[in-house]
Design a protein around this ligand. Structure first.
Ligand SMILES: Nc1ncnc2c1ncn2[C@@H]1O[C@H](COP(=O)(O)OP(=O)(O)OP(=O)(O)O)[C@@H](O)[C@H]1O
Ligand SMILES: [Mg+2]
Length: 344
């Protein structure tokens, strides 16, 4: 039963995204980087879904495809619907440009490097009120009032309103990005590695600001990070990504206590504490991530997996299925033949 506590704000269904690459040699056939291979997950109101996985697993591509910065090759996306959207008419991926512009206001984003995200030639008062003023006409005075209010919320003095991005520290710039993203009262903010470019001493301040904002406004986050400790700290639910697939999904608590996929177990065994450096993969993570251009037929984690079943895992792609009822409204999902055999 879907209680109010677990009302979906976003449902991503079987998203596929591939990028063309130049074929080498004399080959005339097109080749593709298969960046997202049937990615599905739900995000609930007033909660955070953490998306974790190593570099190149497809986290940023997921974010950009949801925002339709990249157009998907296939899949469906339902966002901010009063009830469960089931028809194509409500598919975010099918909206025309006008409808997209309107609906996408409800979905904002914060990126890793706040300096790149902020126009260096604009005053911050204008930067943070830009999404709001492009959504609806505002007078100069209204913009100024909104800017001061937003700066106050994110803990920056309103006397700074006419300053430029370079006059702020990294942490302050990320606060400015956050102010900009909340200016339109979005339902969802996609945070792509929002603290990884910041000094460790500043990281938890920004994370706590995001948590405070959620408590006050009921906003949802898709929170992308390499660092599983940060993801556990921030998230109600966690999706683990590997080679363009979600390999495990459950509540954060369940995933912390009971990681099932061998890849999640590997990540879990090398978790650093918050603010203790970026490198989390050690020698245990032997083997190569498969090429996203020539994906193997079976499980993408096969060659690194300690639980692999020869003859099955190298031949048949394990689907993402429910393996236990623990872990929130959709249970604990895992894409692993070895785990599925035990749970049957
Ligand atoms: N515009 C693009 N053109 C071609 N390939 C791309 C493009 N964007 C991403 N890719 C490829 O898609 C795959 C997934 O990349 P993505 O940036 O989504 O990974 P990520 O999980 O965000 O990694 P990181 O942790 O390093 O940020 C990679 O192989 C990447 O090279
Ligand atoms: Mg990325």
């Amino acid at each position: 039963m879907q209680t109010n506590k677990y009302r979906k704000i976003l449902s991503a269904q079987n998203i596929v995204k591939r990028f063309p690459v130049k074929a080498g040699g004399f080959s005339s056939s097109a080749m593709y980087v298969h960046a997202l291979n049937s990615v599905s997950f739900d995000i609930y109101e007033n909660s955070t879904l953490g998306l974790v996985g190593e570099s190149g697993s497809g986290k940023t591509t997921t974010a950009r495809t949801i925002l339709r910065v990249h157009e998907p090759d296939s899949g469906r996306l339902f966002f901010n619907l009063p009830d469960e959207g089931v028809s194509d008419e409500h598919d975010f991926f099918k909206y025309d440009r006008t409808r997209l512009k309107k609906e996408r206001t409800g979905m904002q984003y914060i990126f890793q490097d706040p300096y790149l995200a902020l126009n260096p030639k604009m005053e911050i008062g204008d930067i943070i009120t830009e999404p709001a003023s492009s959504a609806k006409k505002m007078t100069r005075a209204e913009r100024e009032e909104l800017a001061k209010h937003l700066l106050d919320i994110v803990g920056i003095t309103s006397a700074s309103i006419s300053k430029f991005p370079h006059e702020f520290s990294g942490g302050q710039r990320q606060r400015i990005s956050i102010a900009r993203s909340i200016s339109v009262n979005p339902k969802l903010i996609i945070c792509d590695e929002p603290v990884s470019s910041l000094d460790v001493s500043i990281q938890s301040q920004i994370l706590n600001l995001l948590i405070e904002l959620q408590k006050e406004s009921g906003i949802s986050y898709l929170f992308i990070a390499h660092n599983l400790a940060v993801v556990f700290y921030m998230s109600d639910f966690v999706a683990v990504m590997y080679a363009g697939r979600i390999v495990e999904y459950s509540s954060s608590r369940e995933l912390y206590d009971n990681p099932l996929h061998p890849y999640t177990q590997l990540l879990r065994s090398v978790v650093p504490e918050i603010g203790k450096g970026k490198k989390i993969y050690d020698k245990k993570a032997q083997g190569e991530v498969p090429s996203l251009v020539n994906l193997p037929p079976g499980c993408p984690f096969y060659n690194r997996c300690v639980k692999r079943i020869e003859g099955t895992c190298d031949k048949i792609l394990p689907p993402l299925v429910k393996v236990s009822d623990n872990g929130g409204p959709s249970g604990h999902l895992c894409a692993c033949h070895a785990v599925q055999r035990i749970s049957l």
